[in-house]
Write a protein that binds this ligand. Structure first.
Ligand SMILES: Nc1ncnc2c1ncn2[C@@H]1O[C@H](COP(=O)(O)OP(=O)(O)OP(=O)(O)O)[C@@H](O)[C@H]1O
Length: 561
């Protein structure tokens, strides 16, 4: 296909505003693209390489302006292009207005009527440009772009300029490409969607749909070494999770950087970031860690910075290591990275995307067992497998959250144990537990002695709101309190104990706690007639007396919204 034809069709798509019409135009273009189908599908999305390939053209505005100016002839310089851009607001309009079309410039010497620029040639030249790096690459890139602009008619120049600056903007997103592939080749949208998730290359998927139909799409498989988009989470509450699913998988939420690890024992190990960039060289610990896995695997997890005791360090510490290209060995001395795996997408020739989370977790545990066991002998290193439990009640979720927070982590993730792994989707199946929006300042009127490790401390605190004549109970908090804080609270409350029954004590109202919660619901359990759902300790309000604690009236106002 001539690039001028592609540009004409892209302009027609750009001029159309109705999604259904756009989809039909794109579908027609796909049908007419013939051998150029994969390139056309990618170019429409402004891509030269497949989405799984993080190679960039690395062309900045000034380089593009230089090439455009050169193609526009001796009277135009890069600054003129920049001036026009300031006026026009987008590079496509500027390129279109420059009247390039091969009248000027060296490339036309000796060739009065140069071959028309084709889609395939643009693709080849831009890939060549992307591969250029290092000394001399700037001049080479300008030469390549000049050669292309010099042969471009005005519409072609519009799309070429936008393409090289990653500003394609024809109004076609991934959803339209998906629907257009389905329409063009009469295959189900869901099959296209799944193949796109797995293959991460709209060009290859379009060709599959055209040449092999639905069966071909269904046969799309993961390749170890080629990254897929990460499944993402939505913010949600424990109440949301318990309402939506029969049981809830609770995991620690690590405050690190997402990594996808592709390991082939017979070949290579590659580590990819969330935007599919290859970060292998920056994270040798992860490569070393998975080296003991003896089957090909794709693992999903978090790169976490830890201190000498294996406790988590803040996210900023991970960033000091994450994309580092130089001094990796030296920085490794300063910041230690550990891998926390929480999902498994592929094991030894079998894709697990469609398997339920519980099954994927089992496979993950299996494949990691040789390496986790090896590390377990070194107590300081901590486990590489993230904590995981399937629970069906609020208390169990709260307990896991307390453990995660106690261990210095960010919080918890709540996942549907039956859900598939959907790459690139921010669905309802993974919830990151929302921080509390409102807090209440409540008075401690009772407490319970802890159990096991915490038997010497008061562990659960009965909370009350201020009422007309005294205090009325509204809930208990045990979550989010560190061991150190528990010891401190025990010291403060022990002298205030007025009576006891079993492990429960009644205390004089003196201490005010700030408490977060997810919801307030009517409940006969407590004296106030309300109960806090998911109460979480936030702080001790040293500055408040019980008389300044929140009142039942405020609670009622919050309930009424
Ligand atoms: N157990 C876990 N399961 C899934 N993701 C986890 C887990 N632990 C940590 N994470 C991280 O949490 C991220 C999702 O949380 P969060 O939304 O806070 O991340 P973000 O990058 O700040 O925002 P967003 O994903 O919403 O753009 C994941 O991408 C992953 O990096």
């Amino acid at each position: 296909m001539d690039f001028a034809d592609f540009a004409d069709r892209a302009a027609a798509v750009e001029a159309e505003s109705a999604d259904l019409e756009v989809t039909s135009l794109v579908a027609d273009l796909f049908v007419d693209s013939g051998i150029d189908l994969p390139v056309v599908a990618r170019l429409l999305l402004g891509r030269v390489v497949p989405a799984w390939d993080s190679t960039t053209l690395d062309v900045g505005p000034s380089l593009c302006h230089e090439a455009l100016a050169r193609a526009a002839g001796p009277n135009v310089i890069a600054d003129d292009v920049a001036d026009r851009l300031a006026e026009a607001g987008e590079i496509g309009a500027v390129a279109e207005s420059l009247d390039l079309d091969g009248q000027q410039g060296l490339a036309t010497f000796g060739a009065a009527d140069p071959e028309p620029l084709t889609v395939a040639e643009v693709d080849t030249r831009l890939r060549d440009l992307a591969a250029a790096a290092g000394a001399g690459s700037h001049d080479h890139k300008v030469d390549v772009l000049f050669g292309l602009f010099n042969r471009a008619d005005s519409l072609s120049a519009r799309y070429l300029a936008r393409l090289v600056l990653s500003e394609m903007r024809v109004g076609v997103g991934e959803g339209i490409v998906r629907d257009a592939i389905a329409e063009a080749f009469d295959v189900p949208v869901a099959a296209v969607e799944r193949a796109l998730q797995v293959e991460n290359d709209c060009g290859a998927v379009a060709v599959r749909a055209r040449d092999k139909g639905t069966d071909g799409l269904n046969a799309a498989a993961l390749v170890v070494g080629r990254p897929v988009s990460a499944m993402l989470a939505q913010a949600g509450t424990a109440v949301d999770a318990l309402d939506a699913w029969a049981s809830v998988a609770v995991e620690t939420k690590f405050d690190g950087a997402r990594v996808q690890v592709h390991h082939d024992p017979a070949g290579d190990t590659r580590v990819f970031s969330r935007n599919l960039e290859d970060v292998t060289d920056a994270l040798p610990e992860i490569v070393e860690f998975v080296a003991g896995i003896d089957v090909p695997v794709i693992l999903d997890g978090e790169a976490l910075a830890v201190d000498d005791a294996g406790d988590p360090l803040p996210f900023q510490e991970v960033l000091r290591r994450f994309r580092r290209k130089h001094d990796v060995a030296r920085m490794r001395e300063e910041v230690t990275i550990e891998f926390r795996a929480f999902d498994c997408l592929h094991v030894d020739g079998t894709d697990l995307l469609d398997a339920p989370l519980l099954d994927r977790r089992e496979r993950l545990t299996d494949v990691l067992s040789p390496v986790v066991d090896r590390r377990a002998t070194d107590a300081a290193r901590g486990a590489a497998l993230s904590p995981f439990a399937v629970v069906d009640g609020a208390d169990a979720i709260a307990a896991h959250e307390a453990d995660a927070l106690d261990a210095g982590h960010e919080g918890i993730m709540l996942k549907d144990p039956d859900s598939a792994y959907t790459p690139g989707k921010r669905g309802q199946n993974w919830l990151k537990r929302k921080p509390d929006v409102e807090t209440l300042d409540l008075v401690v009127t009772g407490a319970e002695w802890g159990e096991g490790r915490r038997a010497n401390h008061l562990g659960t605190f009965l909370l009350s709101a201020r009422a007309e004549d005294g205090f009325v109970t509204i809930g208990k908090v045990a979550t989010g309190i560190t061991d150190e804080r528990l010891a401190d609270l025990t010291d403060r409350l022990e002298p205030l104990i007025r009576g006891r029954e079993g492990t429960e004590v009644d205390v004089e109202p003196r201490v005010v706690l700030e408490v977060g919660y997810e919801e307030i619901q009517a409940s006969p359990t407590y004296g106030s007639g309300y109960a806090l759902r998911f109460p979480r300790f936030v702080a001790v309000r040293e500055d408040k007396t019980p008389n300044e604690a929140d009142s039942l009236a405020r609670v009622e106002r919050l309930v009424d919204g």
